[in-house]
Design a protein around this ligand. Structure first.
Ligand SMILES: Nc1nc2c(c(=O)[nH]1)N[C@H]1C(S)=C(S)[C@@H](COP(=O)(O)OP(=O)(O)OC[C@H]3O[C@@H](n4cnc5c(=O)[nH]c(N)nc54)[C@H](O)[C@@H]3O)O[C@H]1N2
Ligand SMILES: Nc1nc2c(c(=O)[nH]1)N[C@H]1C(S)=C(S)[C@@H](COP(=O)(O)OP(=O)(O)OC[C@H]3O[C@@H](n4cnc5c(=O)[nH]c(N)nc54)[C@H](O)[C@@H]3O)O[C@H]1N2
Ligand code: SF4
Ligand SMILES: [Mo]
Length: 887
């Protein structure tokens, strides 16, 4: 990087060595990134010290962005039925098939399924095309799986979908309660801000409410491992206690309807269902009620439930009853997952919203938007929500489907059924950056989209801050921006004048102007200050909080007691807690699902980074020791997990982080990376009746040992696709590594290995008949190109060591599978930035007596770059601390 000041690039690409201000591609924290093209197609990545969400910090995923902008695996040209074609042919076909379908079967026979990873400009154009021109509201988004219950809860309570507070409220609070949020792994930079605030003000308290003990608990004063799904009981109990202790804010309650009914319902719920000790529950109640400045952060442990909306409202009720909302250091705070989950809500990307927080069911709102767009029609009613949308695809009611920027064949509940529905649809278009995903494999037409780093636009983060993503590199192959692709289809469907923008800035300006119309109708989403933004100003746009208009600038909402309901008052909702779907004798376990630290969803991008693959290389099942014992499952063996909807095979990780009967599995593995590790095949398509959000955290399942006759570990310089019952692939700096297992032992390992790797060389074979081990090394031109280790038990090979030998001059020692005595095995990676393993850290603790995260950092560098692994280092210190130091 040069010393030149970072630029806010215009439309021209920046010169090599020039840092460009942009925003991270991943989570809803929305960190500022300085991306510097290296002149060879790569990018150097650093945190932007001036970005108000992150002040220079980046987590490990953000830091590794440069490793994911390679061309590997990219979709480089449009394809029709698997064959590369030109844009004209592809766009004409899409426009014609959509027009013909609408002509024959009406506007509701087509649908778009989009994503919170689209930029606001992309989202705006998609919403305009389908709602205003096609005349259907059959557009839904993966935010339905993510934020829909928060949206519904906000709209019920506030009359609008608005997050009242700001990130700094978490830093200023005396108590932060994290409910169903693994902030340390899922919003790492916000977690770091919180951890720093607590360090600076040790009297600050943090409570984690999660049935599972996560890395987030590392900074918690109290962890409430409540019974899964019982959060509404907890917040009802809190409401009752708030009233009993006279902690209600009578003045604020003047601005709130529904207290009595909410209170009655709260009194009727039974705190025994929480499974918490009186002492823990008492501490929670005391701290919450005793701290005026309290922020309740919540995420998927609340939203992803078949009563998620009620859980959201149970939380909002407590903040409304105490008037702790919209003032510094206090408020309910729903954190968004995707980089533009919030932007999608603003433009009306959900089937039941219009645009700019307007209501699709309000005829005045519909008329205003139709007038602004000069649209021939306007969707008259809400469209199908994600789960229903794919059911309609299955039933043949949706005959043309366009999926953009999401991978529903992996991420939707009942994923096998959804994949079958897509495969059976008459006409499927998929816009993606990548060529091979579980969903792109099912498309008739594939449209290559530009990805992060190649596109221009805006995203809105969890605190309503809009910031620019900026183009820093040319598009891959023929890839085009999503909004341009959608606009082209709109024009080819006959609406030439409505889709004429020349730049993302023009789309943004139109959206801002529409928000002014919405503002006149009372909408709080109003950024009309930007209605006439120029190209130059858009290029230079600094991050800003909405609203920005003649009426209001940035800041918090609702402290003034003015809400967006017809009578201007907030609404408390009577919540009668409902238990999650019951487990049954056939499916006696409740499967919880979620995220790991270093992967992003279906891994199409994070899977390209060897650094990110180091932390968790395989799909796994966290299982309580008592369950493991009862089922006869050894650590690192494989479990078969089955539900009425599908079956998966996962590596067993025995841990008391989870409760008995309540295992956990991460969501990231796919048909491309571990075909039997797709957990959404197990999850039922059961939804919240208000929000339509699926219950992704509580699938009833059966767990049993997978009877593997053999286990294996393979490395290879080139990609290969194994053919056995279980495999999981991860990227290495110079190739790939794969974990394998099978129910039947092949006759000839040498032949099996050669066929699997697609190699014609004779391997060097080492057999240990007594222990049933076989080890093969394939050497070409004196270098190791592939190796396979198999045995009747999970193979004990030092992974990092063996993987490092790939491509190196062949060393007969490779088949030992372990480093020599002079090079101790460093074990599973903890710090992905510097590649520091668990054994190395444990040794440093024991031998050098290091007992602080800082001390480990000084000695090993671990934890000193992005800081994502600091909670894990802390946990290792507690585990391995020499006894005298612990006392
Ligand atoms: N590393 C990484 N970060 C990400 C993402 C990613 O893929 N990888 N994805 C982003 C996206 S889109 C999202 S939506 C966010 C999600 O961010 P989070 O919601 O923080 O993440 P999850 O792991 O899905 O779930 C959070 C926790 O909910 C808990 N939980 C399950 N059931 C219950 C319950 O009944 N009650 C309570 N209180 N808790 C429960 C789980 O044990 C889990 O620890 O992360 C964002 N950030
Ligand atoms: N069981 C269970 N299931 C879950 C969840 C859970 O916690 N448990 N979480 C749910 C949640 S919260 C979410 S958000 C979803 C996420 O699930 P998905 O949205 O399906 O996951 P991604 O892997 O993020 O998919 C994004 C796709 O868009 C592509 N892409 C990236 N950038 C661009 C671009 O600029 N343009 C285009 N056109 N394509 C692009 C990527 O290559 C990738 O194929 O999963 C949901 N599913
Ligand atoms: S916390 Fe990490 S993933 Fe999220 S925006 Fe910041 S750098 Fe990106
Ligand atoms: Mo999400």
């Amino acid at each position: 990087m040069t010393d030149a000041a970072p630029i806010r690039a215009g439309r021209a690409l920046p010169a090599a060595g020039t840092a460009v201000r942009t925003t991270c591609a991943y989570c809803g924290v929305g960190c500022g990134v300085l991306a510097t093209p290296d002149g060879q197609g790569g990018l150097a990545i650093a945190g932007d010290p001036d970005h108000p969400a992150s002040f220079g910090r980046l987590c490990v995923k953000g830091s590794a962005l440069g490793e994911t902008v390679r061309l590997d695996g990219r979709l480089l040209a449009p394809r029709i039925n698997g064959r590369d074609t030109g844009w004209d042919a592809a766009l004409d076909l899409v426009a014609r098939r959509f027009s013909d379908t609408i002509a024959a079967h009406g506007p509701d026979s087509v649908a778009f399924y989009v994503s919170g990873q689209l930029l606001t400009e992309d989202y705006y154009v998609a919403n305009k095309l389908i709602k205003g021109f096609i005349g259907s509201a059959n557009i839904d988004t993966n935010s339905r799986l993510c934020m829909a219950s928060s949206v519904a809860g906000h709209r019920r309570a506030f009359g609008t979908d608005t997050v009242p507070g700001l990130y700094e409220d978490m830093e200023e609070a005396d108590l932060v309660v994290l409910v169903g949020s693994n902030l340390a792994w899922c919003h790492p930079v916000l977690f770091q801000r919180l951890a720093a605030a607590k360090e600076a003000r040790p009297q600050m308290r943090i409570i984690v409410v999660d049935p599972r003990r996560t890395a987030t608990c590392d900074i918690a004063d109290l962890h409430l491992a409540l019974a899964p799904g019982s959060d509404a009981v907890l917040f009802n109990r809190l409401l009752v206690e708030i009233a009993r202790r006279d902690a209600l804010d009578a003045g604020f309650l003047e601005h709130v309807n529904g207290f009595d009914a909410a209170y009655q319902a709260a009194c009727a719920s039974d705190p025994d269902q929480l499974g918490l000790s009186e002492a823990d529950l008492g501490r929670f109640l005391n701290l919450w009620i005793g701290s005026e400045k309290v922020v309740t952060v919540y995420s998927q442990g609340i939203n992803q439930s078949d009563s998620g909306s009620d859980k959201v409202n149970a939380i909002l009720n407590c903040h409304l009853a105490t008037g702790r909302i919209g003032r510094p250091g206090m408020g309910p705070f729903s954190v968004t997952g995707q980089p533009n989950a919030m932007g999608g809500r603003e433009v009306g990307g959900l089937a039941n919203m219009l645009a700019c927080h307007l209501d699709i069911e309000n005829p005045m709102h519909r008329d205003a938007v139709q007038g602004f767009w000069a649209a021939p029609t306007m969707a008259p009613k809400p469209g199908l929500k994600a789960v229903d949308l794919f059911r309609a695809v299955e039933e043949g009611r949706i005959k043309a489907l366009w999926i953009m920027c999401t991978n529903p064949a992996v991420s939707m509940p009942e994923a096998d059924r959804v994949a079958r529905a897509i495969a059976g649809c008459d006409f499927v278009v998929v816009s993606d950056m990548m060529a091979e995903t579980d969903t792109t494999r099912l498309a008739h037409v594939l449209l290559p989209a530009t990805g992060w780093g190649e596109k221009d636009g805006t995203v809105t983060n969890s605190e309503r801050r809009i910031s620019r993503q900026r183009r820093t590199m040319p598009p891959a192959g023929q890839a085009r921006d999503d909004w341009r692709i959608i606009a082209e289809v709109g024009r080819r469907m006959g609406w030439r004048d409505a889709f004429t923008w020349q730049s993302a800035a023009e789309v943004f300006a139109e959206h801002a102007a529409l928000s002014g119309v919405a503002g006149d109708l009372g909408s709080d989403f109003d950024i009309s200050a930007y209605s006439a933004i120029t190209e130059t100003d858009y290029a230079a746009l600094d991050p800003f909080l909405w609203p920005q208009s003649a009426r209001k600038n940035g800041g918090r909402f609702f402290a003034d007691g003015r809400f967006h309901t017809p009578d201007g008052k907030a609404r408390m909702i009577a919540v009668t807690p409902r238990a999650p779907q019951s487990v049954t004798p056939d499916h006696p376990f409740r499967l919880n699902t979620g995220r790991v630290r270093d992967h992003w969803h279906t891994m199409t991008r994070t899977g390209l980074s060897p650094r990110l693959a180091r932390h968790m290389a395989e799909p796994y099942l966290e299982l309580h020791p008592a369950d493991a014992r009862r089922l006869g499952l050894q650590p690192a063996s494989l479990a078969e997990v089955e539900s009425p909807h599908g079956r998966a095979i996962l590596r067993v990780l025995v841990t008391d982080r989870v409760a008995e009967g309540h295992p956990f599995a991460p969501i990231h593995w796919t048909g491309e990376t571990a075909p039997s590790g797709r957990v959404d095949v197990l999850v039922p398509g059961l939804v919240d009746p208000v929000s339509g959000q699926p219950a992704s955290k509580s699938a009833p399942v059966a767990v049993r040992p997978f009877c593997a006759a053999w286990y294996g570990y393979a490395i290879a310089a080139r990609e290969f696709r194994p053919d056995c019952d279980y495999w999981a692939r991860a990227t290495l700096p110079d190739g790939v590594q794969v974990e394998l297992a099978g129910a039947a032992v092949p006759e000839d390992w040498a032949a099996y290995g050669a066929a699997m790797f697609g190699l014609e060389v004779e391997p060097i074979v080492m057999r240990d008949r007594k222990r049933g081990l076989t080890r093969l090394a394939f050497i070409q031109d004196g270098r190791l190109v592939a190796a396979l280790f198999v045995g009747p038990d999970p193979v004990a090979v030092a992974r990092a060591h063996v993987a490092g030998l790939l491509g190196a001059p062949a060393d007969p020692g490779v088949l030992a599978g372990q480093p020599g005595a002079d090079r101790p095995d460093q074990g599973a990676t903890v710090c992905a930035c510097f590649g520091v393993g668990v054994n190395t850290i444990a040794r440093a603790i024991a031998e050098q007596g290091l007992v602080t995260v800082e001390g480990i950092g000084a000695a090993l560098r671990a934890g000193t770059n992005c800081g994502s692994c600091r909670p894990e280092i802390g946990a290792l210190i507690r585990l391995h601390m020499p006894r005298c130091a612990a006392e």
